[in-house]
Design a protein around this ligand. Structure first.
Ligand SMILES: Cc1cc2nc3c(=O)[nH]c(=O)nc-3n(C[C@H](O)[C@H](O)[C@H](O)COP(=O)(O)OP(=O)(O)OC[C@H]3O[C@@H](n4cnc5c(N)ncnc54)[C@H](O)[C@@H]3O)c2cc1C
Length: 280
């Protein structure tokens, strides 16, 4: 299941250039098929004209994995706290303390970066004014292909806003499966509700459009994203404080899109190259 970003588009020349190798290596591929609007059932092409919708292949994280190749990256290492002073920062990760680091760059969602960044970071105001929306994602394995006429659908419904047939994406297993996203408003309004209640309400909403058997409903799983969409971006491509030697970037600086996350990080990288001396 691709339970996070569903696809991405390329509008910026820098993003396009950065993806040339990934495209040639088929790490990303266009997602083709029909895009429906429900409940009216109108159909349009998912990709074509100015809008090609790309997906990672064979899964959405393929692109990030390709970009990370050869880099020293630790995963499953949540940073719990930052301590130290400018030029000598330490990270608390479980019972480990890592550092000292000259600079720290945080790329977590704005509310999580705000909690971690020390008080001396001068851009706490910009972090605080950023607003992100939640999103609930429902994942369903279908025992039989419902032979839907679309690969994905935008839904005009108070509860759910998006349905995609994940197996319609390139290089995915053939077994039919659906990914359903709740709307940003409904997700925010029900953020702290028990997940079982959320799951049941989303299944009821889905059945207004697609028949789901009791066994499919029983096995459906739910994921809560606390920070999924960007409601109000920071309005600056990145936040950099060269006195404390702390910086932050992410999609929330610009817009809630994969391309925006790339552009924020790329712009911050350019700025850091001007001020940080990297040992030869
Ligand atoms: C359900 C859903 C559907 C979406 N659909 C689309 C779409 O169709 N098209 C599109 O363009 N975009 C879509 N998006 C948005 C897209 O996923 C984001 O724009 C993109 O992932 C943002 O990238 P990022 O690197 O800024 O942040 P993220 O992808 O959020 O990455 C932040 C990382 O920081 C890590 N982190 C957080 N706190 C800590 C900590 N304390 N220590 C260590 N690590 C930490 C997190 O684990 C995470 O890996 C969707 C998002 C969601 C949730």
């Amino acid at each position: 299941f691709d339970h996070g970003a569903q696809y991405f588009t390329i509008r910026d020349g820098r993003f396009r250039a950065a993806l040339e190798t990934a495209q040639a290596d088929r790490v990303i591929e266009p997602w083709t098929g029909a895009l429906a609007t429900l409940p009216d059932g109108n159909l349009a092409a998912l990709s074509g004209g100015d809008t090609t919708r790309y997906v990672g292949s064979p899964s959405m994280n393929a692109l990030a994995k390709a970009m990370a190749a050869g880099l020293d990256i630790q995963t499953d290492a949540p940073v719990e706290a930052i301590s130290g002073t400018a030029g000598k920062w330490f990270l608390k990760i479980g019972d480990r303390r890592e550092g000292p680091f000259d600079w720290l760059v945080l790329a977590a969602p704005a509310p999580q970066s705000a909690l971690l960044l020390p008080d001396e970071f001068t851009h706490h105001g910009a972090l605080a004014k950023t607003r992100m929306n939640a999103c609930f994602t429902l994942m369903i394995r279908q025992t039989e292909d419902a032979k839907l006429p679309f690969a994905a659908a935008r839904v005009d419904d108070p509860v759910i806003g998006w349905i995609s047939r994940n197996n319609s994406k390139p290089e995915r297993p053939d077994e039919p499966c659906l990914v359903v996203n709740a709307t940003a408003k409904w997700s925010d309004d029900h953020l702290e509700e028990p997940l079982e209640d959320v799951r049941r309400t989303m299944l009821e909403a889905l059945q207004r459009y697609i028949p789901i058997s009791p066994s499919e409903a029983e096995a459906a799983t739910i994921h809560r994203w606390r920070y999924a969409n960007v409601d109000r971006p920071a309005g600056q491509a990145f936040l950099l404080d060269d006195v404390s030697q702390l910086a932050a970037c992410g999609d929330w600086c610009i817009a809630g899109r994969v391309e925006a996350a790339f552009l924020s990080a790329a712009a911050l990288g350019d700025a850091l190259k001007q001020i940080v001396k990297v040992a030869p």
